[in-house]
Design a protein around this ligand. Structure first.
Ligand code: SF4
Length: 69
């Protein structure tokens, strides 16, 4: 799975970090960065993306097909 954070949309409330702390981290500017997209299963990645209040997380499968949103 591949995960992208649209940093211009990220409002830094860390919902993604709470759900998948091995995948996401906030940087010094309070924006999420992806540490390791493989550190959580597909369901957890989608759950994190759905929980993002700013629709800042895109999830793709290994073929690059968009899974969420
Ligand atoms: S949940 Fe969304 S807005 Fe919040 S830190 Fe993660 S990417 Fe940014």
């Amino acid at each position: 799975m591949q995960v992208h954070v649209i940093r211009s949309e990220c409002c830094g409330n860390a919902q993604c970090v709470e759900i998948a702390p091995d995948v996401f981290q906030l940087d010094s500017r309070n924006k999420a960065v992806v540490l390791d997209a493989e550190a959580a299963d597909r369901g957890t990645l989608i759950e994190a993306a759905e929980a993002c209040p700013c629709q800042a997380i895109l999830v793709e499968d290994d073929e690059g097909e968009q899974v969420f949103p």
